[in-house]
Design a protein around this ligand. Structure first.
Ligand code: SF4
Ligand code: SF4
Length: 190
């Protein structure tokens, strides 16, 4: 047989329970009004990927596929191709001709950006990538490439910072300043 409730259990405990509710009613509301108010993320938040450019607009990706091999979810597809003097997309021998990230598979772990030897691939703070169909969640190179900033030129075009790829990999910041290119981090979108 169940024991009879004490007076405290009958009268005080329910009031104490509602006390929590009343206290909370007068506290500052912490609900975020997304999507009407979009708050900034933490600075190192892993959002969508970006394929970066050199200050003259050439692409940093060399089509090496290291990002694809590092990906535990098999979400990246890369096909490299040779640059020619008539059609140059990156400073070295090769560039990423086809580049895709499948956001149906990606788990935003960041292993791909750690594997990239040229810092071509990074993750930015943008997180609004949801979509209502599967096809549009496979992002192509055109979707992923960084915007052209002031002073940048759409590839293909010749190397503007220097004559060799070492000029880019070793000396790009100094040469960019010398030729008057804006800092790509602080630069303005064209
Ligand atoms: S963040 Fe992780 S899962 Fe997503 S593409 Fe990069 S390595 Fe693959
Ligand atoms: S993004 Fe980086 S790791 Fe991936 S193919 Fe391009 S250069 Fe290689």
């Amino acid at each position: 047989m169940a024991e009879a409730k004490t007076l405290k259990e009958q009268f005080w405990d329910p009031v104490a329970g509602f006390g929590v509710t009343f206290r909370t009613m007068f506290k500052k509301v912490v609900t975020e009004q997304y999507p009407f108010e979009k708050l900034p993320t933490a600075p190192r938040f892993h959002g969508r990927h970006q394929l970066n450019r050199w200050p003259d607009g050439l692409e940093k990706c060399i089509g090496c596929e290291l990002c694809a091999w590092a990906c535990p979810a098999d979400a990246i597809y890369v096909e490299g191709a040779d640059n020619t003097e008539d059609a140059r997309f990156s400073p070295g021998e090769r560039y990423g001709r086809v580049y895709q990230i499948n956001y149906l598979r990606c788990i935003f772990c960041g292993l791909c950006i750690e594997a990239c030897p040229t810092r071509s691939l990074t993750m930015i703070n943008e997180y609004e990538i949801a979509n209502d169909n599967r096809q549009d969640l496979i992002w192509t190179k055109e979707d992923l490439l960084a915007p052209l900033l002031r002073g940048m030129e759409q590839p293909p075009h010749p190397m503007r910072l220097g004559d060799t790829e070492q000029d880019y990999y070793v000396d790009a910041p100094r040469l960019a300043r010398k030729w008057g290119y804006p800092d790509p981090v602080k630069g303005e979108v064209k």
